[in-house]
Design a protein around this ligand. Structure first.
Ligand SMILES: *Cc1c(COP(=O)(O)O)cnc(C)c1O
Length: 401
């Protein structure tokens, strides 16, 4: 079905941060399949582990114990400081599990219409519940009726949440991206998460953090919430977890960890031996090769170099990021930059219309990062120049009247 407006290129091979198309041309990938291929493309350790597991056992069923799933759950629990994990196959499913968990948690407390606070400009997926939670009218349009039981507030606005706490007794949880991806690569103020944690504690709400995009080492820690010293009650993961083999996880702690009982929720594929091998290997390589340290230093390098290269463009609104989750906000819609970059054999993305988004693999080297900056800043500079010309033309035309 024509659900995608695809770019005119077909990739057939990948290695590290490089991709080759079907004509043999080589591209520098600064997007990593949208934060999925953190280890770069077809990492040899991952490819080997997948081959070995495929030869041994690919799928059984959650009717039985699954060794690799138990190992992965233990690993995620110890990295996050949380308690229990439910495995699924995507980010939307992980959030769907979180939403169901929050509703059941509410009903168990006698709340009849459990309500979840969600954020403006958020993205949580395309299933009906996660689409309802998503703060983007364009994505929702045409799919009404949406679900009941969600209340929206601005991101990074603690007062808005506090006001709801004072008046609404149906709220059971806050669901938000720790750092927003699709909504424009947005980071909250330093004390926001701590403030939310406090509000959730005072009101017995679950703090549910969607780390589908910002998790798994991308920001320099395993999980973005770890920068703020809090721990959520529920966290969702997907994208980078399996390095391209579909896997999602909904992780919970404390009271939230034991809400689901047998029969409450399930997935046929979720946590199968092949997918769990992909995730276990991903976590191993990130740790052994110090990729989070690399994400921090390469991320700092890229931001610093963009600030130098784009210094003369006062209309660049902001160059922001943490680790290798990076955004360059421009004053005007700049979607055409994606095609322009492709012509220069560079893969980037534009989100929220005006934000150039970079999500490079955690293995990116400094020389590769420098190439990204050189190409991207050149096309951004040319784009802004053409915009200035358009504005001058408009002014001139205006003065004739
Ligand atoms: C991509 C994304 C999702 C949805 O994940 P899918 O695997 O496409 O269902 C959910 N939340 C966030 C923050 C995402 O970036």
């Amino acid at each position: 079905m024509s659900t995608y407006l695809r770019l005119p290129v077909t990739f057939v091979k990948g290695e590290g941060v490089w991709l080759w198309d079907d004509r043999g041309d080589c591209y520098l990938d600064a997007l990593s399949g949208i934060a999925v291929c953190g280890l770069g493309h077809s990492h040899p350790t991952l490819a080997k582990a997948l081959c070995e597991q495929a030869n041994l056992l690919i799928h059984t069923s959650n009717l039985y114990h699954i060794e690799k799933q138990a190992l992965l759950a233990e690993r995620l629990v110890s990295l996050s400081g949380m308690d229990n994990v439910f495995f699924c196959n995507s980010g939307a499913e992980a959030n769907e599990a979180a939403i169901k968990l929050a509703r059941l948690y509410g009903h168990n407390k006698g709340i009849e219409l459990p309500t979840i606070i969600v954020m403006e400009r958020s993205f949580h997926g395309r299933t009906m519940a996660t689409l309802t939670a998503t703060g983007n009218r364009k994505a929702q349009a045409g799919f009404e009726p949406l679900l009941a039981g969600f209340l929206r507030v601005p991101y990074d606005d603690l007062n808005a949440v506090a006001q709801i706490a004072a008046s609404n007794k149906q709220v059971v949880a806050v669901l938000m991206e720790t750092y927003q991806g699709e909504g424009g690569v947005n980071f909250p103020q330093i004390n926001y998460l701590q403030g939310l944690r406090q509000l959730c504690d005072q009101n017995n709400w679950l703090l549910m953090l969607d780390e589908v995009q910002c998790g798994i080492g991308r920001t320099g820690k395993w999980f973005a919430f770890q920068h703020s010293g809090i721990v959520p009650d529920v966290m969702t993961l997907a994208k980078g977890l399996g390095s391209g083999v579909p896997i999602g996880a909904c992780i919970a702690r404390g009271d939230a960890a034991n809400v689901f009982k047998p029969g409450n929720h399930a997935s046929t594929f979720g946590g199968n031996p092949l997918a769990c091998t992909a995730a276990l290997t991903t976590l191993d390589v990130i740790e052994k090769d110090h990729l989070m340290e690399n994400a921090v230093s390469i991320g700092d390098y890229i931001r610093g170099r963009f600030k130098e290269k784009l210094a003369n463009w006062s209309d660049v609104i902001q160059i922001r990021g943490q680790g290798l989750m990076l955004g360059i906000e421009l004053p005007v819609p700049c979607g055409e930059l994606v095609k322009e970059a492709l012509k220069h054999r560079l893969l980037i993305n534009v989100t929220s219309e005006k934000v150039v988004r970079l999500l490079p693999a955690l293995i990116m080297k400094q020389a590769e990062a420098e190439q990204v900056v050189e190409i991207a800043s050149e096309i951004i500079g040319k784009f802004l120049e053409s915009q200035t010309e358009v504005a001058i033309m408009r002014d001139k035309l205006g003065s004739f009247h």
